[in-house]
Write a protein that binds this ligand. Structure first.
Ligand code: G6P
Length: 368
């Protein structure tokens, strides 16, 4: 009903707007006196130091969180972190032993492939830590450890607030492990944590003015194929931006690592092709810019996403530019993904799609 949607036309819109609060609830109980506190996690420093590898296993958008975390955790922990789709992991004879920590990420806690992958990991002697939203769900009950995202109930099939809370919780866990391992310098640890606490406010500020995204959606909703390009964390986040768009608007879309363009994809760029160029990862902004120039030269229409400090430079080349507040590069995806969610939402709205219940999809997939 309209009341359940809190006055919004769709659960997805309501849940997008709930993100500042969901992120705040997920992080604030876990930061005390400038330190990450994870009381419900039972990993000793000795165990963590003895780890030979870490796997991150999930499906769908939860897997996309894992792709982001692989980049940030390896940078923080200086340990191999492998991210794998649950449906692939379970049948690949995975290299898991007693020195392997397996993180499983699931909003519902009921996804069958993720559950089966977790069981396979435990059977091989791995220790499992589940990042779950639904309290008391099957995956939460079976994992060795569980940490909850406090996103609250998510109704729309296309996940938004579960994704962002998973991201920030994974960032917290990464920092916590890095601290145990001694692989993060104190100033970096403190800078990331203090930026993290500013995220809800920055998200809120951004969500107060989204007219430009609505406008760009009305300009581009008729495209039948869209490419998302980015590097590093922007690439990882682009996977989610692209999935969001295709699942609710039914527009064919793909996410590519920008450096791979010239190895094939660029042949698909013709005059007028829409490219969503992600340039929010500050350390690689110049590389992002040169990829914009590269696709512009082939006639692409470029909708760029960057952070406020880089907006002016991006605007000189891109056809349209959206900017988000800047934060620590490691945390940037949790802010940068918000306009991509909104873009998908408004495009689907323009196309008259059933936004909260896209065809053929289910909120939780409990069959193989
Ligand atoms: C379904 C949903 C996706 C979700 C995926 C994994 O396909 O439609 O939005 O990302 O399952 O779900 P989970 O509950 O395990 O995060």
């Amino acid at each position: 009903s309209a009341a359940e949607k809190g006055g919004y036309a769709h659960f997805m819109a309501k849940e997008i707007m709930e993100q500042p609060e969901a992120v705040r609830k997920t992080i604030s109980p876990r930061i005390r006196d400038g330190r990450v506190v994870l009381d419900d996690l039972h990993l000793t420093a000795d165990y963590v130091r003895g780890l030979s590898r870490i796997f991150i296993i999930a499906c769908g958008s939860s897997y996309h969180v894992g792709v982001v975390s692989k980049y940030s955790w390896e940078k923080l922990l200086r340990r191999p972190v492998e991210v794998m789709l649950a449906s692939e992991f379970r049948y690949c004879d995975p290299l898991v032993d007693e020195k392997t920590l397996v993180i499983v990420i699931s909003q519902s806690g009921e996804t069958l492939d993720t559950m089966a992958a977790m069981r396979e990991a435990r059977r091989r002697g791995g220790r499992t830590l589940a990042i779950v939203n639904v309290v008391g769900s099957s995956i939460a009950r079976e994992a060795d450890d569980v940490l909850y995202t406090w996103a609250g109930p998510e109704i729309a099939v296309a996940t938004t607030k579960a994704y962002t809370t998973q991201l920030v919780l994974m960032d917290l866990v990464g920092l916590y492990l890095a601290d145990l391992l001694g692989t993060v310098e104190k100033p970096a640890y403190e800078a990331i944590l203090s930026e993290m606490q500013l995220l809800p406010e920055k998200m809120q500020g951004f969500l107060a003015h989204t007219e430009d995204i609505q406008y760009f959606a009305s300009r581009y909703f008729n495209h039948d194929s869209i490419f998302f390009i980015g590097r590093n964390l922007d690439y990882a986040m682009g996977l989610e931006g692209s999935l969001k768009l295709k699942e609710i608007s039914y527009i064919h879309s793909e996410a590519y690592a920008s450096g791979e363009l010239k190895h094939g994809t660029i042949s698909l760029i013709e005059p007028g092709t829409l490219v969503v160029a992600l340039g929010t990862y500050a350390p690689l902004f110049d590389k992002a810019m040169s990829n914009v120039v590269e696709v512009k030269a082939r006639g692409a229409e470029v909708l760029a996403l960057t952070t406020e400090p880089f907006r002016e430079r991006m605007e000189k080349t891109a056809d349209a530019t959206i900017s988000v507040p800047e934060t620590h590069p490691m945390l940037q995806p949790s802010l940068s993904v918000v306009p991509l969610q909104l873009f998908a939402y408004y495009v689907a709205l323009q196309r008259g799609c059933d936004i909260d219940k896209p065809r053929n999809l289910a909120k939780s997939v409990t069959v193989e």
